[in-house]
Design a protein around this ligand. Structure first.
Ligand code: ACO
Length: 434
């Protein structure tokens, strides 16, 4: 069985003291120095703002080689999953550690399907948000609220955990679609059990009671692909948030709700919305792509980044971006819709990839660069883009939360700091303060 093993020791000299630190090797030959005893033995801690060099866990879910552009879930390359699998099958793989057999997949699918309705009382929550509310604020609070309706989420027995996992994957679809319906003033359209996971979502989003709605198979396929490509990405900002919150033994819904909030930011999942806004601005203002790239290169002054470019881990092509670029071409061709935004995105990519600014910094398109164009082709409104990412990332967050809770090494997350404030200062009474 693959795992990790101790392969030696690293030596660290601090002033005149030399200490030995265990050196580990993971299944893909990546190395880590265990600094567990560093502070107790030397009084020093490590400093790594942004955690770019800090491993927070041992995990057997997802492997990324950022230099080579490799992404694998449980050892299976993302390219293969994107081509051959379904979103619920990938969800099962991530959460339970193996590709499901027929019965396992059937039971899981049935469980998710049968838990897609939300409690009638919860429907009333939607009325209390302003129509302008960002759907990410609605879904993060709704997901947290699920813990009030399903108190068995506080139990750690496997049957309760499995049930709440199925509920969460099922209900996030419905909550997301309802938040959209609320924002446009249309009645909620409930789930239909004969439809697949993605068909159901499209139906709940776009059907209206006044006329029949048929799900466009091209859109269902494109959405399935989008969700698969977003299913997990190891210890990114939102996943680390889920683990951090979960490490205090907060329940599943609370932990995932925190992850949704982390995903919302424009440097993380919010980037797909920011990309479309950027492309739309270039189109509307008829900007020259080269001029825009120049502004990006001057970002210290302009404050403009090329959204959808760059990644903390990928220092070459994000494999998901490659798959999505092709999917955009295919979907737009199939529905016979030409979009200027795809042309602009391609020209931006071409210009950036030839430019020394991007080459030197190893900045390549990430998953968000083309995903917005695909979502737009399906008819998903821009303010729902990050919500779509959250639906896709749900199984990854759940798998990481579950793996952490099942780990014998579970510890509450609690980083340290180096204090930089005043060493001592007297308390000045308020009437003597300047
Ligand atoms: N456009 C222009 N310059 C960039 C970009 C960009 N998109 N990304 C990084 N850089 C530059 C920085 O200005 C910096 O330059 P400097 O060395 O001259 O100061 C250098 O590249 C390194 O950038 P950092 O911000 O230090 O890199 P980091 O790894 O911390 O950031 C991040 C990664 C946040 C993704 C960054 O590349 C970025 O802001 N990209 C745009 C937003 C985006 O697309 N986010 C989605 C990420 S994928 C995801 O979350 C699903």
């Amino acid at each position: 069985m693959s795992g990790y093993k101790k392969i030696g020791e690293a030596e660290l000299k601090i002033e005149n003291k030399v200490i030995k630190l265990p050196l580990f090797e993971g299944a893909e030959k990546e190395h880590a120095i265990d600094i567990g005893n560093l502070r107790s033995e030397t009084g020093s801690i490590t400093m790594d703002p942004g955690y770019g060099n800090t491993g927070s866990c041992f995990s057997s879910i997802t492997y990324i080689d950022g230099e080579k552009g490799i992404l694998k879930h449980r050892g299976i390359p993302i390219e293969e999953l994107a081509e051959k699998s379904s979103f619920l099958e990938v969800s099962y793989l991530l959460i339970y550690g193996h590709l499901p057999g027929k019965k396992e997949l059937n039971d899981f699918t049935t469980s998710v399907t049968r838990h897609s309705m939300i409690h009638e009382d919860m429907k009333r929550f939607f009325n209390n948000y302003p129509a302008t509310a960002h759907p990410m604020s609605i879904i993060s609070s709704m997901i947290c609220s699920l813990s009030s309706y399903y108190p068995d989420c506080f139990n750690s027995d496997p049957a309760s955990v499995d049930l709440n996992i199925a509920r969460l994957i099922a209900k996030v679809n419905t909550i997301a679609a309802f938040s959209y319906k609320k924002s446009i003033g249309q009645p909620f359209i409930g789930p239909i059990n004969r439809l697949s996971y993605v068909e159901n979502f499209l139906h709940m989003m776009f059907a209206v009671p006044a006329e029949p709605y048929t799900v466009e198979p091209v859109f269902a396929k494109a959405l399935e692909l989008f969700l698969i490509l977003h299913a997990d990405h190891e210890q990114n900002c939102s996943t680390s948030t889920v683990r951090m919150v979960g490490s205090s033994l907060a329940n599943l819904y609370a932990s995932i709700s925190a992850g949704i909030c982390a995903l919302w930011g424009p440097l993380h999942g919010g980037a797909n919305q920011a990309v479309i806004e950027m492309l739309t601005r270039i189109e509307k203002e008829r900007m020259d792509v080269k001029d825009f790239v120049q502004q990006v290169k001057d970002n210290k002054k302009s404050g403009i980044r090329l959204m959808g470019f760059g990644h903390r881990v990928y220092k070459s092509f994000d494999p998901r971006a490659k798959i999505l670029k092709k999917a955009c071409d295919d979907v737009l061709k199939k529905i016979g819709k030409h979009t200027a935004l795809l042309d602009i995105a391609k020209r931006l990519e071409e210009t950036a990839l030839k430019d020394s600014y991007f080459i030197e910094r190893k900045l390549y398109p990430n998953v968000d660069f083309y995903s917005g164009i695909l979502l737009q082709a399906i008819g998903i409104p821009v303010n729902m883009f990050t919500v779509m990412f959250a639906i896709g990332r749900m199984p990854g967050w759940i798998a990481q939360w579950k793996e952490m809770l099942e780990s014998p090494d579970l510890k509450i997350g609690r980083p340290r700091q180096i204090y930089t404030g005043p060493v001592t200062q007297p308390y000045v009474p308020i009437d003597q303060r300047i």
